[in-house]
Design a protein around this ligand. Structure first.
Ligand code: FAD
Length: 429
């Protein structure tokens, strides 16, 4: 078989698939191909990742297998995972700041390494913990790393990279989610301080966080120019965690509703330029969206593989469920969709690390990821029969957890609006 693989690889390399098939025998070839996953692609053949990306993924996988996956069931039941403990482990190993500046504890690598890490985090056996990690590494911190003062970076970015502080992102409110421009939380200048009143909704890590990257209105100007991003310590007087929200999925990730009642914070806690918060947040969303796509790809791949395994051994009407053409054809279609999404992600990431504006492509990838996750989790769950309706299998966990991808971080319709804007097809007012 090893000889056969070598021959096959050589022949595939010069695109003589038919010749290889003759050498290896048709059945041999199909077995080889069916067993070959993305992971077995020669590292040197990867379109985006180098040996260093793979080395990073490998060492993260070890942490996931040792420190996270054995406890996932317990944390899911408890409705929260110990963010401080897990972030310290990940931070000490460098995984919370792979693309962050070296002077603040990051690894100083480009964003493709964050994408590789996000992909690997998809091996965690639930959606809640990867999402919480992503908030820390790629959702609440990109604007601070790019535009924040040195003092703010020392106080908030550095400990977030090392895992000593837990971060959260406060954008959405009870009355404003998709329409970010309409948020109501106000930060009013009084001398050298801002006085904050209002509240945030759906704050991931909110019940455990040490600081929030808060979007608030700092003036009464036009909605795209009156907002600022502010580093807000969560232990200040006047901050109340109103409740932890009960959800249909992402159980191990705490999601909080937070109120601000005359909270005082120095004006120097504004990230970058005052009034630029909306723009910074829109930029920050690009990394959040690419991160989310990368993360879900791995889980989708795993769910398809587990479904193949299960349906291969589960017999109905004297043959495995998998042998029914409707089943293996459907799984082949889903795998094709995964590969298309992967190509879009890598293309988009490659453009992004070269400094291009990828808003349109990142929005397309996020839209597709949310839709495919829904389609894939529903289709795969179906083939598990009653087992798919139990809480014990990965497919039902994915069914619950992945539903949020079409809603959070910009709903599908928000992605469509952005794409339409770039296509210049939005009706003119
Ligand atoms: C588990 C979870 C974690 C989250 N974590 C965070 C977090 O850490 N920080 C944070 O700030 N927020 C967070 N969110 C909030 C999330 O980003 C918002 O829920 C999301 O932006 C949608 O806002 P909304 O819920 O207010 O829905 P709404 O804005 O009320 O929208 C309702 C629906 O309207 C539709 N819609 C939207 N725009 C259009 C349009 N142009 N045309 C037609 N239909 C449209 C969509 O289908 C949308 O789902 C989280 C949410 C969840 C569920």
């Amino acid at each position: 078989m090893a000889l056969c693989r070598r021959v096959l690889r050589k022949h595939l390399g010069i695109n003589h698939v038919l010749k290889s098939a003759i050498v290896c025998h048709e059945r041999y070839l199909s077995e080889y191909v069916s067993a070959k996953s993305q992971d077995s692609v020669e590292t040197s053949d990867h379109v985006l990742y180098t040996q260093e990306h793979f080395a990073l993924k490998d060492s993260l996988k070890k942490i996931i297998d040792r420190e996270i996956n054995p406890h996932v069931d317990k944390w899911e039941k408890e409705g929260q995972f110990p963010a401080h403990r897990i972030f310290k482990i990940l931070g000490s190993a460098g995984f919370l700041g792979v693309s962050k500046p070296v002077e603040y504890g990051g690894l100083g690598l480009d964003f493709s390494y964050s994408v590789a890490v996000a992909e690997e985090l998809g091996n965690i056996n639930c959606g809640g913990i990867p999402m919480a990690i992503g908030v820390q590494s790629d959702m609440a911190t990109p604007a601070l790393a790019r535009f924040g003062s040195a003092a703010l970076k020392r106080e908030f970015l550095q400990p977030s990279i090392t895992g000593d502080k837990v971060a959260c992102l406060g954008v959405s409110e009870v009355g404003a989610g998709s329409d970010v421009a309409s948020i109501k939380t106000k930060a009013v200048r009084k001398g050298d301080e801002l006085v904050i009143n209002g509240g945030k909704m759906w704050t991931t890590n909110g019940a455990q966080a040490d600081w929030m990257c808060l979007l608030a209105n700092t003036s009464d100007g036009p909605p795209h120019k009156n907002k600022s991003l502010i580093c807000l310590p969560m232990n200040l007087h006047g901050i109340h965690i109103a409740r932890k929200i009960d959800k249909i999925g992402m159980w191990s990730s705490d999601t909080a509703e937070v109120f601000f009642d005359d909270v005082h914070v120095p004006c120097t806690n504004i990230i970058g330029q005052e009034g630029m918060g909306f723009t910074y947040q829109m930029l920050q969303f690009q990394e959040e969206r690419l991160w989310g796509v990368a993360n879900v790809l791995t889980t989708m791949e795993k769910v398809v593989q587990e479904t193949i395994k299960y349906t291969r051994q589960r017999k109905i009407f004297q043959q495995p469920v998998l042998y029914h053409q409707v089943v293996h054809f459907r799984l082949a279609e889903l795998q094709t969709e995964i590969e298309l999404l992967r190509s879009l992600l890598y293309h988009c990431t490659a453009l992004y690390i070269k400094g291009n504006d990828v808003t349109k492509l990142a929005s397309m990838a996020k839209l597709k990821a949310g839709r495919l996750a829904r389609e894939l989790s529903d289709s795969c769950l179906q083939y598990w029969g009653g087992m798919g309706f139990t809480s014990d299998v990965l497919v039902s966990q994915f069914y619950r957890d992945s539903r949020v991808l079409s809603i959070a971080g910009g709903a599908d319709e928000v992605m469509l609006s952005i794409i339409c804007k770039y296509m210049d097809t939005l009706p003119r007012k």
